[in-house]
Design a protein around this ligand. Structure first.
Ligand code: ZN
Length: 131
């Protein structure tokens, strides 16, 4: 199936649940058994899979990432957003989800998230469904 591109408008920082969009891409592909790759083409944003039941989890993840990767005066990158680059690499730039009987194989509490660390911006991500 053709590569699909999605866009979203983000705030300063945030986790955006994109599970419904990915699920729709899988449905439209008609593929029953395969895999789905979700890729983020940015260096200060990422893709991760984590809990979608309690919204406090992603709030805590943002808090924890800011504690783990604070802005530091020693950073040399002129753009001044090294903290966002670190957080993006910690989350990773892609996820792969298996497809069985036309559905994403996700745990009950799992959702797919686009992670913004240096917004607000218009961002994009790609979804490729494979047999
Ligand atoms: Zn930068």
């Amino acid at each position: 199936m053709k590569l699909q591109k999605f866009t979203l408008s983000t705030k300063r920082e945030g986790f955006y649940n994109i599970t419904a969009q990915v699920r729709q891409a899988v449905k439209e592909s008609g593929i029953q058994d395969g895999a789905c790759a979700i890729f983020c083409p940015h260096t200060t944003a990422g893709i991760t899979i984590n809990e979608n039941a309690d919204p406090d989890v992603v709030t805590d993840m943002l808090f924890g990432l800011s504690k783990a990767y604070p802005d530091r005066p020693e950073f040399r990158h002129m753009e001044g957003n090294s903290s966002a680059h670190l957080k993006a690499s910690a989350m990773g730039s892609s996820a792969t989800v298996l497809i069985e009987n036309g559905s994403l194989v996700l745990g009950t509490w799992q959702g797919i998230y686009f992670c913004e660390f240096d917004g607000p911006r218009t961002r994009s991500y790609y979804v490729k469904v494979m047999e």
